[in-house]
Design a protein around this ligand. Structure first.
Ligand SMILES: Cc1cc2nc3c(=O)[nH]c(=O)nc-3n(C[C@H](O)[C@H](O)[C@H](O)COP(=O)(O)O)c2cc1C
Length: 184
């Protein structure tokens, strides 16, 4: 099974990109699947504008991401929380992806995770992020997890320095992959 992981953040020091790294280590260490991280920043996806779509079509970065999603059998998405909700970068990416038919996200199993320097770990974003994926027919895994105080918790070795949290994340990733394998 091939898994694609990406973050709803563009910045290079993104905690959510780092959480993608923690998840990738868990997947590799336990030989659970193949996993590829895709950085949205170099894809240069513009803010959705119907005039861009009408004049020049779907941007190349959107097409590249859709191709990678199509080639993967499962997704793990790590998202920030902005003002208690889904960050614009993730919503904008989903909106563009929805314009390319067939929609790459349709029917795809997906696990949603969040990382935040705040104590709540971005869980409010997780709930709001489910909505557009659900509308597009993404098969969202019911369980989600937010990593709070992520700037202190995520280590350079791509682990969580809280043993209980690390064990919880490993259990969740393993359960999700077992579930996703049944769907493909
Ligand atoms: C516009 C904006 C709104 C934010 N709102 C929240 C919020 O509601 N809850 C939260 O936990 N953190 C919030 N933050 C802080 C982010 O969690 C923090 O910047 C985080 O590092 C962003 O994720 P990233 O590191 O993956 O880029 C906000 C940050 C920005 C820039």
């Amino acid at each position: 099974m091939k898994i694609l992981t990406f973050a709803g953040s563009l910045r290079k020091d993104s905690l959510n990109k780092k959480l993608c790294g923690v998840v990738s280590e868990i997947v590799k260490k336990n030989n659970l699947a193949e996993i590829e991280f895709v950085d949205l920043q170099p894809l240069n996806i513009p803010v959705y504008d119907g005039d861009i779509e009408a004049s020049t079509g779907i941007p190349a970065g959107v097409q590249q991401l859709a191709q990678k999603i199509t080639e993967a059998q499962a997704l793990i998405i790590c998202t920030p929380e902005y003002n208690g909700s889904i960050p614009g970068i993730l919503k904008n990416t989903i909106d563009w992806l929805s314009r390319l038919k067939p929609v790459s996200l349709a029917g795809k199993p997906a696990l949603l995770l969040a990382a935040s320097p705040g104590a709540l770990g971005g869980v409010r974003s997780l709930w709001h992020s489910r909505q557009p994926f659900d509308v597009l027919g993404t098969q969202l895994y019911p369980e989600m997890m937010g990593v709070g105080k992520a700037h202190e918790t995520i280590t350079p070795e791509k682990t969580l320095n809280d043993a209980k949290l690390q064990a919880n994340l490993e259990r969740l990733v393993k359960d999700y992959i077992t579930h996703a394998k049944k769907l493909v």
